[in-house]
Design a protein around this ligand. Structure first.
Ligand code: SF4
Length: 324
């Protein structure tokens, strides 16, 4: 049978089971195109969890990585949350455990903990504030300037925030995402030399681009090439910018999955990945057959114990209040 026919059959079955299970399907921007196409919502992790919480669905299928499904469970404690592949983890979230964070906190008893959302629910439960890459500078700036801060777990994002806020009292955990570890300043200069008319878009949703933000803040990228051309944007901001900007070419620094949506919504424009190998293999573990299995057999449930969920919700809510 051709791949197209197989996919069409799978899509019909998924739609049948989705209705039967009263489920909502969420797909992170880095999912494979077939999964993005069948999802009810495509977007960033927190945005998806909030959208799912507003629906009447009984079941949330999170096509993303494990900590994202945990966030959905934190926002929707009354719904069942499933992830199609339990092995879909995140190297950045795995950089630190709650036990390691507790130990680190003991060394700095006066510090508050600011935690990037790419962490487990248990780590969030040990934190004072959450942040995304888009609002991290704002969250840190909202804290008193003499307040010592432990920043967890992305060292490149932490370094970027320290530079942008000018703070000397941020202690940064040495965690990183394997995808962004591949990006070097010369990748950016080479790509921009190859595409001199292109704009440079950085999407800081995930840990995969925090090195780029770090290079921009550190001045490691020649300004001649990037002045007025670099835009650090959220998914929504990137979609809007690509639609409204007069440029026809864009070099995009993020996991390559987001290029599918950019191309779909802007078919006449050219989107070039900063590096073809900026691929998160955890995100690509979710496939249509696994999604179907998840719906049919109610696998694999992601549960967050109430005590942890209640504590993890506090730093997320503080972030939401401060970033409004
Ligand atoms: S791209 Fe990096 S930070 Fe994002 S889910 Fe994959 S491993 Fe985690």
């Amino acid at each position: 049978m051709s791949k197209l026919k197989t996919n069409n059959n799978l899509i019909k079955e998924i739609q049948y089971w989705k209705k039967k299970r009263e489920a909502v399907i969420l797909a992170h921007n880095y999912q494979i195109p077939e999964v993005q196409d069948i999802a009810d919502f495509v977007g960033d992790s927190l945005e998806l969890s909030q959208q799912a919480a507003k629906t009447d669905a009984k079941i949330i299928i999170f096509c993303g990585v494990h900590f994202m499904a945990e966030s959905a469970a934190i926002f929707s404690p009354q719904k069942t949350v499933l992830i199609p592949d339990l092995k879909a983890g995140c190297s950045l979230a795995a950089s630190i455990t709650a036990q390691e964070l507790r130990k680190w906190k003991k060394q700095y008893p006066k510090a508050v903990v600011v935690t990037y959302v790419n962490t487990s629910a248990e780590v969030k439960a040990e934190s004072d504030y959450c942040c995304t890459s888009t609002n991290a500078v704002k969250i840190v700036n909202s804290l008193p300037s003499n307040q010592e801060i432990l920043f967890v777990p992305d060292m490149f994002l932490g370094d970027y925030v320290a530079k942008m806020t000018g703070r000397k009292n941020m202690i940064i955990y040495p965690g990183e995402c394997h995808v962004h570890a591949r990006v070097r300043p010369q990748d950016i200069t080479h790509k921009m030399d190859e595409h001199p008319k292109a704009e440079f878009l950085i999407h800081p949703e995930c840990g995969c681009v925090s090195t780029c933000m770090h290079y921009v803040a550190a001045g490691d990228i020649p300004v001649r090439q990037l002045a007025d051309k670099t835009h650090i944007l959220s998914t929504g901001g990137m979609m809007k910018y690509a639609k409204s900007s007069a440029a026809s070419e864009y070099v995009v620094a993020t996991e390559t999955g987001i290029l599918y949506r950019l191309k779909k919504e802007n078919p006449k424009k050219n989107f070039i990945p900063l590096r073809d190998d900026m691929v998160c293999q955890f995100m690509k573990m979710i496939t249509l057959p696994k999604l179907l299995n998840s719906l049919k057999n109610l696998e694999f449930e992601v549960k967050v114990p109430k005590e942890i969920a209640d504590r993890a919700r506090i730093p997320i809510e503080r972030m939401q209040q401060l970033s409004n």
